[in-house]
Design a protein around this ligand. Sequence first.
Ligand code: ACO
Length: 470
Amino acid sequence: MGAVDELKPIFSPKSIAVVGASRSPMKIGYEILQNILVQGYQGKIFPINPEATEILGLRSLPSVMAVKDDIDLAIIAVPAEFVPKVMTECARKKVKGAIIISSGFAETGEKGRLLEDEVLQIAKKGGIRVIGPNTLGYKDPIDNLDAAFVFGMPKPGEIALISQSGALCVGMIYYANGEHIGLSRVISVGNKADVDDADLIEYLDQDKATKVIAMYIEGIKDGKKFLDAARKCRKPIVAIKAGRTPAGSAAASTHTGSLSGSDAVYDSAFRQVHIQRAYEVGELFDFARALAYQPPAQGNRVGIISNGGGAGIMIADWCESIGLKVPNLNKKTIEALRPNLPSITIARNPVDVTGDARFHRYYATGSAMLADANVDALIMACVHAGIARPREYVGAVIKLVEDKRAVNKPIVACWVGGPEINEVVQELRVKNIPVYPSAMRAARAVRCLYDEGRRLELLGRKKQNSVGGH
Ligand code: ACO
């Protein structure tokens, strides 16, 4: 059985036992049970606690052995020293999967590492796949299952998030919610004693709800397995690899017991398997949103439209400095642009539609540039100059994205200004149109779409070669 079948009972369980379900609302075992109930889980739920008879209105049982039904998933939130006993009972009960929330394992040193090994051996012998230990659990906003502690669900969407850090995972959920970025599955992996990034990549690659896989990684134990999974994955992967410096690496070892390894090795390995590397949370989601909601760029030539000359120049600088090109427009495009531009404007890329541009000027300029065979992607910028009309700019970007889907060229938006324009461009975020508050972020998002185009082209060629070879 592969990871996909093995992980099904964990991510689509028909029944869940919460071992260490607590009577105290202050404890993690209470919160997990509550979260499962709040989301309206439709399967069977069994609170397990030897001291209790009822928790949150459900009959509590002393051990998984006392449950008459089959158990797909056990979520374990008892102190670390009791986990081997609980796992032994789970193995006897033939529980299929476990999430071990408890901390106190490899991240604490040698004693904890031995305890983690002991738990892993029990799991292996019993055929139980394990997420964790030292994990938050997972949150599934598509199937409404909150199998984690910490209250609150992400907005549903098409980006899966895998995080080795629990707290950061929650922070990233809130960040995504604030940016109107929807998530498909959010999985906190903790120490990755058993289920690791490779298993999850394989699982999410076949997940219909997921278009892009975003990851926060501190360390990878089995490099070959990881690279194989990433290479085979048909979906784009974006990843932060933290612990890049001696200080970060030392912090990662006490956080999740990770060996960070050489950053240069990670960097080149990521390149080899076309994982797009991000360096902070904002960038992870900048890339993920662009990849999820815009087509990849078929080439590296970027058309730039701005209502402020300076913004256009900065975008051009950023494009060229990261391997993109700002091409000359063809004659036909220049002719199409002229009647829509003020007489003071020269019709050349970047196109300055000037500060007073209204809907029609943005739209007509965008349409002409998208039709140009020299242009593979479009960045549309709005500077909140006094005479600017951000609302009309937003309307033009939305209409272009909606009207020009068949053109199959990515469009990203960029703005410069204060809270007023931020509020207006929110409409773009709500519609999942990538929009960035800086020239650098917009250009880097386009570069990411260009790299994705190349990845798909290579994949296509490999496929053709293998078909041709047979
Ligand atoms: N089976 C079932 N229930 C049990 C068992 C058992 N063998 N043993 C104890 N219990 C019950 C207890 O009676 C208690 O219930 P009660 O409150 O009704 O009396 C409940 O389980 C919890 O046990 P406690 O001993 O009270 O443990 P506590 O809740 O304080 O802590 C926990 C347990 C949360 C697992 C803790 O040890 C821990 O590891 N906390 C950290 C968790 C964490 O942060 N995880 C990782 C985050 S992600 C990251 O950053 C990488």
